[in-house]
Structures are given as structure tokens and as C-alpha cells.
Design a protein around this ligand. Structure first.
Ligand code: ACO
Length: 350
């Protein structure tokens, strides 16, 4: 399945000519980014520590993945706790109060419970009374999916201000005896605040320019949890065909950015910052090389955070924001792939 949503109006677009007075003035409603925030659990587990428990080594993990360490949630620390801890600095950075939020979309594959949505607990803990709150499940591409949902609801005028969150406690679904998977993941959360605002039409105007979403369920068995709080009725652990995932991640994430760039009438050289899902440094470097984006324009956090699934992109965005690597007007390209396979990209004029 392919789903496209674009605010840009490239040549041949299906969108009608502007008709309203505002549109005639060259302004359209877009989702503007007000700020981001992130949270990582206190406890750090290094590769060396893992090597005391399973048959692995720091050298092997670094060489194959670039990962040095990961953060692991404390006993009793839940996905909602991580999410709330990421939302608070995001709201501060955005300069808004929690009760201005009218939408929370939380991307996670490790919800607190089967239901209700973890987003509703985040809503309660932030003291937000009037809002729509729900979860989105698209594994590592969950944040891009959540962003797409929030962007569409904002542009349709259904909501004004949204918290888009990626939060995961993957440490609870790993098989800690499977060295092929347990070394790859960590826990964490990130959030961004979007608000409806009038912006110049086309790719030069600030805001979310487009999201492109894809999925292909024929790869279900390449990356999955063999159980969980679902219809199989048994608990489970993450299972993965690593090389299969690797190949699709490089190809599909690269292609989804190329599609987004073309749909917006831009060039790859226009990208100011590339923020790919952080699974493995070799995947990230391959995508950068294929797109011809310089290393200094690629955000990399995988070494210190490992793969936090739906949280990697907002964590990386927050890292870049806090290091002053994103300036107003910059073109930021996001891309992710995860189980399903589900993947997608987004372009944001910051
Ligand atoms: N430490 C030491 N040895 C290991 C480890 C480990 N942690 N894990 C596997 N090995 C061994 C294997 O047992 C195997 O040994 P053998 O040759 O004696 O049988 C050997 O290393 C090679 O194993 P492969 O699985 O073939 O190793 P590969 O080179 O494919 O690397 C890896 C594995 C790093 C998982 C790679 O396939 C990869 O990066 N895939 C992408 C997967 C990914 O990042 N998934 C994250 C979720 S999906 C996403 O976010 C996009």
C-alpha cells in the first residue's frame, strides 16, 4: 500500500488551483514545528557489560552496527513515563502550556498495556483535559506515520496544536539470550510540537511539506514479535532476519526520500539535514552515500542510543536542535523503515 500526502503542489499535482482569498495571497495552512524534546533513561548499558552476559564483544557490535551503548528503562519505568518526560521539554521549547495541546499521537510498539492507548495516559499525566489522544503502531517507522496523521488533521482544521511522540521500551520485548538482536536496541522517547499556521505555499514555505507512507506485509516474518498482548494470546520476543531487513532498509528509506524530493519539486542537494531512523551506522551511511548527502548533514545518534524504534527520529531531531544544527528555513528530511515492512519519509521546512 502506498499513501501520499503532500502540501506542496508540484507540476501535475491533483490539487485544484487556489481559490480562497488567503490562498490567492500565496499562503496556505501548514503544520509548523514549534520545538522538540527527548528523554533517555538514566541507566546506560555498554557493549562491554553485555559481553559479560552473552557471547559477544564490543568490537563485533561496533564494527557491525556502530553501537557503543544503549539506555535501558528502570524496573517499573513505562513507555508513558518516557513519553511524558520527552513531552515536557518539547512543550517548554515550543513555549506553550499543556492545555494548548488538542492532539496527542503517540507512536509505539511497546504500549503500557494492550489498551487503552498509552497516549491517553500521557494526556492525563500532562494534565491535558481537552484533546484527542491515540497510539499509532508502525514499529520503527511509527514516528513518520504519527507525523503524517497529525499533519493531515492539522491541515484539515480538525486540531490546532499537536504533540507527536515516539516512545519505546524495547528492552521488555527482547530475547536477552539472542545475541543477534538484543545488542541492537535501547529505550527512549522523543516528541515534537506542531501547530497550524499560515505559510507560503510550495516547498519554500515553512512547515511539514509532505509525508509519504508505504507498507508491504509480505515481509511480516522478517521482523516481528512472536507473541505479545494480541490475538495470538501468548507473550513473545522480537525476531529478525537481519540481512533481509538491512537490504530493504537501505533501499526503501533511500527511495522514499527520493520520492518526497521529486514530489516537492526539489533536488537532493536542497537537503540541509538528513535524519534517518537510527538502526545501524552502516545503513545510515549507505543511505547518505546513495542520496549524495554529505556526512556533516546527517544526524547520527545510534552510537550512544542504539535503536529505539519509533523514538529514534524525534530523539535525533532533538539532538540536532539542541546542538543548533537546525536553523529556521532548513529543509529537514526524515525517513524510517520497520517491521511489516512499513516505511516512509517526510520533508519539513523547519
Ligand atoms: N556478537 C557476536 N557475534 C554475533 C552477534 C553478536 N552480537 N550477533 C550475531 N553474531 C554472529 C552470528 O552468530 C554469525 O556467526 P556464525 O558465522 O558463526 O554463524 C555471525 O555473527 C554473522 O551473523 P549475521 O547475522 O550474518 O551478521 P550480519 O553481518 O548480518 O550482521 C546485523 C548482523 C548487525 C544484525 C545486520 O544484519 C544488520 O545490521 N541488519 C539490520 C538489522 C537492524 O538494524 N534491525 C533493527 C530493526 S529494523 C530497523 O530498525 C530498520
Amino acid at each position: 500500500m502506498l499513501m501520499k500526502t503532500e502540501t506542496a503542489q508540484p507540476k501535475g499535482s491533483q490539487y485544484p488551483e487556489s481559490t480562497t482569498p488567503l490562498e490567492k495571497s500565496g499562503l496556505v495552512q501548514k503544520s509548523l514545528v514549534l520545538g522538540c524534546g527527548a528523554y533517555l533513561p538514566e541507566r546506560i548499558v555498554t557493549n562491554d557489560e553485555l559481553a559479560t552476559r552473552i557471547d559477544t564483544s564490543d568490537a563485533w557490535i561496533r564494527k557491525r552496527t556502530g553501537i557503543r551503548q544503549r539506555h535501558i528503562a528502570a524496573d517499573g519505568e513505562l513507555t508513558s513515563d518516557l513519553a511524558v518526560a520527552a513531552c515536557r521539554p518539547a512543550l517548554l521549547k515550543a513555549g506553550i502550556e499543556p492545555d494548548e495541546i488538542d492532539l496527542i499521537v503517540l507512536a509505539t510498539s511497546t504500549p503500557d498495556n494492550t489498551f487503552p492507548a498509552t497516549a491517553t495516559r500521557v494526556q492525563a499525566q500532562l494534565g491535558i483535559k481537552q484533546a484527542v489522544a491515540f497510539d499509532v503502531q508502525a514499529v520503527c517507522s511509527g514516528f513518520v506515520y504519527a507525523l503524517s496523521v497529525a499533519d493531515n488533521m492539522i491541515r484539515l482544521g480538525q486540531v490546532r496544536t499537536a504533540l507527536v511522540v515516539g516512545a519505546e521500551v524495547f528492552s521488555r520485548i527482547l530475547d536477552w539470550e539472542d545475541r543477534g538482536t538484543c545488542v541492537l536496541f535501547g529505550d527512549g522517547a522523543g516528541a515534537i510540537v506542531l501547530r497550524a499556521g499560515m505559510s507560503e505555499a510550495g516547498a519554500s514555505g515553512r512547515g511539514v511539506l509532505s509525508t509519504h507512507l508505504f507498507s508491504d506485509g509480505s515481509h511480516y516474518d522478517s521482523l516481528y514479535v512472536d507473541g505479545g498482548p494480541g490475538s495470538t494470546g501468548k507473550s513473545g520476543h522480537l525476531r529478525m532476519a537481519g540481512q533481509e531487513v538491512y537490504r530493504h532498509a537501505v533501499h526503501n528509506m533511500t527511495e522514499s526520500i527520493e520520492i518526497a524530493i521529486e514530489a516537492n519539486g526539489l533536488n537532493l542537494s536542497d537537503i540541509d539535514l538528513l535524519v534517518p531512523h537510527q538502526a545501524n551506522i552502516r545503513i545510515i551511511e549507505s543511505i547518505g552515500r546513495k542520496l549524495g548527502v554529505d556526512n556533516n548533514k546527517v544526524v547520527v545518534t545510534v552510537a550512544s542510543q542504539a535503536n529505539t524504534s519509533a523514538a529514534t527520529i524525534p530523539l535525533a531531531l532533538t539532538h540536532a536542535q539542541n546542538e543548533n544544527r537546525i536553523q529556521p528555513g532548513d529543509l529537514v528530511a526524515l525517513s524510517a523503515l520497520g517491521g511489516g515492512f512499513a516505511w516512509g519519509s517526510s520533508l519539513i521546512r523547519w
